[in-house]
Ligand binder design. Structure first.
Ligand SMILES: Nc1ncnc2c1ncn2[C@@H]1O[C@H](COP(=O)(O)OP(=O)(O)OP(=O)(O)O)[C@@H](O)[C@H]1O
Ligand SMILES: [Mg+2]
Length: 247
């Protein structure tokens, strides 16, 4: 469904992404793992054109695109089929949870108020916040705010959701609730690309793993093979270091 080849990006002459290839099929949950600074966020941002790739080719919904050359209009058309969940939620603080979710439905997707409201309520229900639609972000916990952000992503019924470390800004006791919501979306068949340091979660929920290190995709494999048949010493030692942190 989404295929990228030869993705390159540099900042200030430094190569941050170096010929990254990836494939995401419908229903896949691709976990992007790897050490800090490896290029995971930059990769995800390039995939949603929040950052412009220097080189790279994308095929999405059967359409072939030269990533650096996409026009604003083409990017807007692409983004009508995608959603992005940020580490820091990025909710409008002056809007209620419900308004945050309907916002992308009304003008961008030209829905009627009633239709947008129904869609948004269904999405809030999915993340367990049907009763908090009138709350402002400041009245919600970090975990609840992130669940609103996930509801906002779900409500547009995207083909794929990109999530950049959706739980890393949360207090430990709030992480589980957000991961549960993401797990339920995966079980519903939602296609996702998720950057995460939650290795246990990745192991249980993802279908494929992409391991990024120093701008390169060091490994790309189905999840079971990635964890159980891992031969790279670099990756094994990274996974062990996370295990120690978990413990
Ligand atoms: N806008 C930018 N301008 C210059 N350098 C940048 C920019 N964004 C990222 N970088 C650099 O690119 C490299 C990769 O950053 P990136 O944020 O993609 O890593 P990451 O794998 O997401 O790390 P983390 O796990 O810490 O979030 C880093 O060295 C970073 O300093
Ligand atoms: Mg990052």
């Amino acid at each position: 469904m989404l295929e990228v080849t030869g993705l390159k990006k540099s900042f200030d002459g430094r190569q941050i992404l170096d010929r990254v290839d990836l494939t995401v099929d419908k229903g896949d949950v691709l976990a992007v793992l790897g050490p800090s600074g490896g290029g995971k966020t930059t990769l995800l941002r390039c995939l949603n054109y929040l950052e412009r790739a220097d080189e790279g080719h994308m095929t999405f919904r059967g359409q072939s695109m030269d990533m650096p050359g996409l026009s604003r209009k083409e990017i807007a058309a692409y983004r009508r089929h995608t959603a992005f969940v940020f580490q820091s939620y990025n909710l409008f603080s002056n809007k209620t949870a419900l308004q945050n979710v309907t916002e992308g439905l009304l003008i961008p997707r030209k829905m009627s108020k009633a239709e947008a409201r129904d869609r948004a309520m269904a999405a809030l229900e999915k993340v367990g916040l049907a009763d908090r639609g009138d709350a402002y972000p400041s009245q919600l916990s970090g975990g609840q705010q992130q669940r609103v952000a996930i509801a906002r992503a779900v409500a547009v019924q995207p083909d794929v959701i990109f999530l950049d470390e959706p739980t890393s800004a949360l207090d430990p006791e709030l992480i589980g609730g957000v991961l549960d919501v993401i797990r339920a979306l995966a079980e519903d068949g939602m296609t996702m690309v998720i950057v995460t340091h939650e290795v246990t979660f990745a192991r249980h929920v993802s279908t494929r793993v992409l391991f990024m290190d120093q701008g390169k995709a060091l490994a790309a494999a189905p999840t079971a093979a990635f964890f159980e048949e891992q031969t790279s010493e670099r990756i094994q030692s990274f996974l062990r270091s996370l295990d120690r942190k978990d413990g």
